[in-house]
Design a protein around this ligand. Structure first.
Ligand SMILES: [Zn+2]
Length: 449
């Protein structure tokens, strides 16, 4: 059903020429659009601004303010989109994505696929992100040598519909790589997915290799079970990356791994499960973001339901894992917040979530943070203003302000009252193109679609 819906949506937008320009080589919509907005969330202040106008020109926001005054500044032929009964937010950002992987629990479905097949998996996930309201992702590995950079370039060249991608290309890891599932990493997968490091020279070469493959960000895995990169190797990675003007996202789960990553001066720590209070204080002082990538116990049970059914003898162990998770993760987030660490949202979704699109599954990251004690507003900030800052894209995305990309979503109800409203995004505008508008489509599409 979903596939049919997406295919239909894509067909409609493509066939009307609305998606990527009119074939004159221009990649931005020539049509100027005026949005009439009922309530616009100012994510910086947390206030709702009522009866707003948003003027969109050449894919960017040109003017925002009271509707009547923006209307006066709009050209006469501007197309009006009526969102006067909607709640409008900036497009959302996922700082920890794996577009090229769609596992079924612990069953690895993608590493055996050909490059072309994996690209199709990624294209579908990217489209599902987009229609759910996620308009920018930082893809942190598992895309082959440079699949995410190829997809990014294809989208930017408007060959396929898509979202903003910051690509990491291959992950930097200790020798042996990082297994995605319980299986050991084969030689072939090792060469395709990882740049392994056993000294500072290799660390520098690995960063240069990723950058020359088109990386916008370096993903480094600091700890894999008992293997850890050294502080010197981490420092070499950060120095080399920052010299190339790219940021460093560090997967670190252990106390020692997070400590080394923070001391080396990475830009974000992914997971940070067992970080000490001292490390959190260092992260706060250095402005290092934490990207928690958490789920609620209920989400975990959904994700692994089929897996547990396949392996009934693992059931007890799985329940124990969920119990530990539920007792440790919220406490870890609270310790980070108490130390003053800023939080950016990242899903780490690399699996199929029953009944949800990739985008909807990824947005559960916000419900998890909410359940761990962050306010709904702070969760939305984690996926907008904070995420934009972590990516270094605060001049382009994260708020609805003049000069920024016209990346806009609309909902029916107030997400500050119920964050799960984000599961029901009704309207998506990406760079000025209407990708989704359930309100008008409901009138246009026959019932049986
Ligand atoms: Zn990950």
């Amino acid at each position: 059903m979903l596939r049919i819906f997406l295919a239909a949506l894509l067909f409609i937008t493509l066939s009307t020429g609305a998606l990527w320009g009119s074939g004159d080589g221009s990649t931005l919509p020539s049509q100027t659009t005026l949005l009439k907005v009922g309530r616009l969330l100012d994510v910086k202040t947390g206030a709702y601004l009522e009866n707003q106008g948003v003027l969109v020109e050449q894919g960017r926001i040109k003017l925002v303010g009271k509707f009547e005054s923006v209307k006066r500044g709009a050209p006469k032929d501007a197309k009006l989109i009526d969102l006067s009964r909607a709640v409008v937010l900036p497009g959302l950002i996922d700082c920890h994505s794996h577009l090229f992987v769609s596992n079924d629990g612990r069953l690895d479905r993608t590493s055996e696929l050909s490059e072309e097949e994996r690209m199709r998996v990624a294209e579908r996930n990217a489209l599902e992100d987009l229609t759910a309201g996620i308009m920018t992702v930082r893809n942190l590995g598992n895309s082959g040598v440079r699949g995410d950079a190829i997809l990014r370039d294809a989208i930017n060249g408007r060959k396929i519909p898509g979202l903003n991608i910051l690509a990491a290309t291959r992950k930097l890891t200790p020798p042996g790589g990082q297994p995605l599932v319980d299986k050991p990493v084969t030689k072939e997968i090792l060469e395709r997915e990882f740049l392994t490091i056993s000294n500072t020279e290799e660390a520098r070469v690995a960063v240069q290799g990723a950058v020359s493959a088109g990386a916008d960000v370096i993903k480094v895995v600091v700890d894999v079970s008992t293997k850890l990169l050294s502080l010197e190797e981490m420092k070499a990675i950060v120095e080399e990356a920052h010299r190339a003007k790219v940021k460093v996202a560090a997967h670190a789960t252990t106390a020692e791994g997070t400590k080394r990553a923070a001391e080396a001066g990475v830009d974000s720590i992914e997971h940070g499960n067992d970080a000490s209070d001292e490390t959190f204080r260092l992260m706060a002082a250095r402005g290092i973001f934490l990207v928690p990538t958490d789920f609620t116990p209920d989400h975990l049970r959904q994700i692994f339901a089929a897996d547990v059914e396949r392996n009934p003898k693992d059931k007890e162990g799985f329940e124990q894992y969920v119990k530990d998770y539920a007792s440790k993760r919220p406490a870890r987030l609270q310790r980070a917040l108490k130390a003053g660490v800023r939080i950016a949202a990242g899903s780490d979704v690399f699996f199929i979530y029953p009944g949800k699109t990739r985008g909807q599954a990824s947005l559960l990251m916000l419900e998890a943070l909410n359940s761990e004690g962050m306010s709904a507003l702070d969760c939305i900030r984690a996926a907008t203003t904070n995420a934009a800052e972590l990516l270094g894209w605060q001049d382009r995305i994260g708020t609805i302000e003049a000069g920024k990309f016209a990346d806009i979503i609309a909902l029916e109800r107030d997400p500050l009252k119920d964050l799960s409203e984000l599961q029901r995004v009704r309207f998506v505008m990406k760079s000025g193109y209407v990708i989704r508008d359930d309100w008008t489509l409901q009138r246009r599409i026959p019932k049986n679609w």
